[in-house]
Design a protein around this ligand. Structure first.
Ligand SMILES: [Zn+2]
Length: 319
């Protein structure tokens, strides 16, 4: 068993088991602090099977136009928000897990200096944004200068990190004392996580190695001298879709096929059933979509108002 990164405890309760491709994974919660994680943790070689070229998308488009458009709006909003927090200053920003660099590209246009860090060379595609310095590798492989970055962002990356301690320790060192750390991640204490349990779309096992709540994240951050300044609980890009795909998973046994199809993925399970069967099912689920969109948006607003958002955006400062 892997020990808990919050308190080092090895005392866990099994929450459930989940089979992905041909392998079964266990999710367990720490008896001491409640942090949920895939435990035992898969080895790097097992994990690499779940980060194939399909995961990062094929060609220049990871998603269909409507979702690309939502992503674009979301990037513009992220840039505006960060600029509003640094009104009178241009600074240096690091995006950890920057993929093709779309976010950095937009903030660079506003004369910020950028550092892009990406663990996977296949995420940085040929069509990636030009003139961006994207460094391939782990944060520990590059000795970034102390207090060299004003803002550090991890957009849906933190839950993938096998060793969050190493990252937080390094982030604390390279971020300026008045700097801002922004992390977006799924919230295991959300309504959608609680209602859908192991069928919750944002569980994404085994890629999401840890399943944080605001409480467990705070406990981990405190260890590194960070404090949570603010949490936003609404995301149009992520939360309504969390309800829709989880609904398909729970009641129609979909196992994220609808999402994979949107990403134009033919995964192993799909090919065993034949592409044709997969397509028929996809169009069936697509026909259901108009009936689910409004309830999903409504629930996402309601859970956000109750501070139980499916995914959250966390603003963090040095203590
Ligand atoms: Zn713990």
């Amino acid at each position: 068993m892997h020990s808990c990164p919050v308190d080092g405890s090895s005392d866990f309760n099994l929450v459930y088991r989940n089979k992905q491709k041909t392998k079964e994974f266990s999710v367990a919660s720490c008896k001491k602090c409640g942090l949920e994680m895939v435990n035992p943790q898969p080895s790097a070689s097992v994990l690499s099977r779940y980060y194939d070229v399909n995961y990062y998308g094929n060609g220049s488009m990871k998603f269909p136009p409507i979702i690309q458009w939502l992503r674009k709006i979301s990037i513009i909003k992220k840039v505006r928000k960060i600029l509003s927090l640094y009104e009178h200053e241009k600074g240096r920003i690091m995006d950890i897990g920057c993929a093709d660099g779309a976010f950095l590209f937009n903030i660079k246009k506003r004369e910020w200096n950028t550092t892009g860090l990406e663990i996977s060379a296949s995420a940085v595609r040929e069509e990636s944004f030009k003139d961006l310095d994207i460094i391939i590798g782990d944060i520990t492989e590059h000795h970034f200068a102390e207090h060299s970055h004003n803002v550090i962002t991890l957009w849906h990356v933190f839950e993938h990190l096998a060793d969050p301690d190493i990252y937080l320790n390094e982030i604390r060192r390279i971020m300026t004392p008045e700097g801002l750390l922004v992390i977006t991640l799924p919230n295991v204490a959300s309504w959608q996580a609680r209602w859908f349990g192991k069928d919750w779309f944002h569980r994404d096992i085994p890629r999401h190695l840890y399943h944080y709540s605001p409480e467990t994240l705070q406990k981990l951050l405190i260890k590194y001298g960070f404090r949570i300044q603010k949490i936003e609980h609404f995301s149009l890009e992520y939360n309504p879709f969390g309800y829709i795909q989880s609904f398909y998973n729970k009641f129609l046994g979909d196992n994220n096929h609808f999402y994979n199809h949107l990403k134009n993925i033919r995964n192993e399970e799909d090919s065993s059933g034949g592409d044709r069967g997969g397509s028929i099912r996809f169009f069936g689920l697509l026909a259901l979509l108009p009936f689910l969109v409004l309830p999903a948006i409504f629930l996402s607003v309601a859970e956000a108002m109750s501070k139980k958002g499916g995914t959250i955006k966390v603003y963090i400062r040095h203590e």
